[in-house]
Design a protein around this ligand. Structure first.
Ligand SMILES: NC(=O)c1ccc[n+]([C@@H]2O[C@H](COP(=O)([O-])OP(=O)(O)OC[C@H]3O[C@@H](n4cnc5c(N)ncnc54)[C@H](OP(=O)(O)O)[C@@H]3O)[C@@H](O)[C@H]2O)c1
Length: 253
């Protein structure tokens, strides 16, 4: 599926699932804006926006690193302005930035609860709100929100309940926003990994976990590229795992 000439923003593209999707979108022809906070690598967490951009360029793609904290309204506005100044439009937004804080509810500090909701939910709202006027004007666009099976699974031990709550809300946001912007030709979908994915963040949070059944982040690419190519005339308002989408695509290659 070709995304030639499309301008895509991937939040949280400095590592993990976001990095894999940024690489996949670039390989399909999109110019990718890698938006996250890390410019200088820390010893405990690999990955920076510059490293992802460098890998995309080395693979023959085009990319731009832009520093952005998705919880900062002004910073999100600045990031989108940078993209608009440079490329004139945003065709695809992947709201991938996400965090978890694994604590039982009675031990959860308010500050952490609020931060999880701010990054995972409010961050997606802020980024969507910032790109929508341009998409609405051009009557085209695709927004993909990255959720988790924790949105609907019972239990909370591994990720903390705030994480599942934020992802459930993100799914509701997806369906509601899809309905709001369908008249403007914009698709809004929610994509979630079928299970645990082997990323820097997961390894940091669950250092002693059995990683043998974790999937590689690349498994999200096919579904992400497919959804990125949608407009409101195609698939919109869908909440699905990568596996469900690749199942749909079988026989199309
Ligand atoms: N890994 C899994 O098993 C799994 C399963 C289901 C869903 N997911 C979802 O997939 C997405 C990525 O997860 P991952 O495992 O790849 O996580 P990760 O390795 O920890 O990466 C998280 C990304 O989010 C960015 N981020 C965090 N806070 C941010 C902020 N305030 N502003 C901007 N960016 C921020 C980080 O960039 P900076 O630190 O550079 O800002 C980083 O690029 C998340 O939405 C997660 O919920 C993951």
């Amino acid at each position: 599926m070709s995304l030639d000439g499309k301008i895509a923003i991937v939040t949280g593209g400095s590592r993990g699932v976001g990095k894999a999707m940024a690489m996949g979108l670039a390989k399909s022809g999109a110019v990718v804006v890698v938006a996250a906070r890390t410019e200088i690598e820390t010893p405990h967490l690999r990955g920076t926006i510059g490293m992802t951009v460098e890998e995309i360029r080395q693979a023959g793609g085009e990319a731009l690193p832009v520093v952005c904290d998705v919880t900062d309204e002004t910073g999100v506005g600045r990031m989108v302005s940078t993209v608009m100044d440079r490329f004139g439009r945003v065709d695809i937004l992947v709201n991938n930035s996400g965090i978890a804080f694994p604590a039982r509810t009675w031990e959860m500090p308010l500050k952490r609860w609020e931060l999880v909701l701010r990054v995972n939910l409010t961050g997606a709202f802020l980024c969507a709100r910032a790109v929508l006027p341009g998409m609405m004007e051009r009557k085209a666009g695709s927004i993909i929100n990255i959720s988790s099976i924790q949105a609907t699974q019972k239990g909370s031990v591994d990720t903390g309940l705030a994480y599942g709550v934020s992802k459930a809300a993100l799914e509701r946001f997806t369906v509601g926003l899809a309905a709001e912007v369908a008249p403007f030709g914009i698709a809004v979908n929610c994509l979630k990994p079928r299970g645990a994915v082997d990323t820097e963040g997961m390894r940091y949070l669950h250092a002693s976990a059995d990683k043998t059944r974790w999937d590689p982040p690349d498994m999200m690419i096919k579904a992400c590229v497919f959804l990125a190519a949608q407009g409101a005339g195609g698939i919109t308002g869908l909440v699905a795992t990568d596996e469900e989408i690749t199942e749909r695509l079988k026989g199309r290659d």
